[in-house]
Write a protein that binds this ligand. Structure first.
Ligand code: CDP
Ligand code: CDP
Length: 220
């Protein structure tokens, strides 16, 4: 049996991957995998269990045992809605620390592949095209300048009613991107077979249309 098609969307923090991936999935009637949420949940669950983010064996056990259910936009951890608890800067930094540990990535691999059901899947993260779904018929590397990304994140947080400060957000984002790009397992980078989508001057709608156009071409 042939696996259902996957659109792999990777890129740095706050580039718009999640927004674009969810809209592309809705347009095609595909499932959507927010792989970053799994690393964020692992970061949160480790913190709650008092397991340090650099304890590879301990964090991998937490990742393997995550009791998580995704329903639409809702995520439940051990039956309880997590909401924005996984979106804080502290948990984001923890996510990128646990994501650098090979045993943690291995523990989350099959859970991610299980999302690949008919009629298809759109997955967003850092290694969708390189590791999790290397045979994806369309791979997109979605990016924007660090300044544009920090501004997007800032606007998103303010709209949700959080306090946020642009210089701190930019610094956090650059630190996390550097850690994600420099790690030895599944580093963030554009794969040779990935299409580059530079969105600094694109609207969300334009970015979604580009991905759908590329997919229509790839599926021919
Ligand atoms: O998933 P990722 O962290 O890459 O980004 P996101 O949460 O999807 O997008 C971050 C913010 O940027 C959201 O509020 C989007 O609405 C916004 N965005 C934008 O303003 N322009 C784009 N071309 C793409 C996203
Ligand atoms: O929304 P944003 O792009 O800021 O982050 P995310 O996609 O939710 O991912 C949070 C962190 O998880 C990233 O900084 C990465 O360290 C890690 N991650 C990863 O290593 N591999 C993935 N496929 C997805 C996320």
């Amino acid at each position: 049996t042939r696996a259902a098609p996957v659109i792999a969307i990777d890129g740095p923090s706050a580039s718009g991957k999640g927004t674009v991936a969810a809209r592309v999935a809705a347009a095609l009637g595909f499932a959507y995998l927010d792989s970053g949420a799994l690393y964020r949940l692992t970061s949160l669950a480790a913190q709650r269990a008092n397991v340090a983010w650099d304890d590879e064996t301990g964090v991998a056990a937490i990742a393997a045992g995550l009791d998580v259910v995704f329903t639409g936009d809702d995520i439940r951890l051990a039956g309880v809605l997590v909401g924005d608890a996984i979106r804080t800067e502290e948990i984001s930094a923890g996510a990128s620390k646990v994501a650098a540990l090979p045993a943690v990535r291995a523990a989350l691999l099959f859970r991610q592949r299980a999302f690949n059901t008919a009629p298809g899947l759109v997955g967003d993260g850092r290694d969708m095209g390189s590791v999790v779904f290397p045979r994806a018929p369309l791979k997109v590397f979605l990016t924007a300048t660090a300044e544009a990304r920090a501004e997007r994140r800032h606007k998103q947080l303010i709209e949700k009613g959080f306090s946020a400060n642009l210089p701190d957000l930019l610094a956090d984002l650059q630190l996390r991107d550097a850690r994600d790009s420099q790690r030895s397992v599944a580093p963030l980078r554009q794969e040779v077979d990935a299409r580059l989508l530079e969105t600094t001057h694109l609207t969300i709608e334009q970015a979604v249309k580009q991905v759908l156009d590329w997919y229509a071409e790839a599926a021919k």
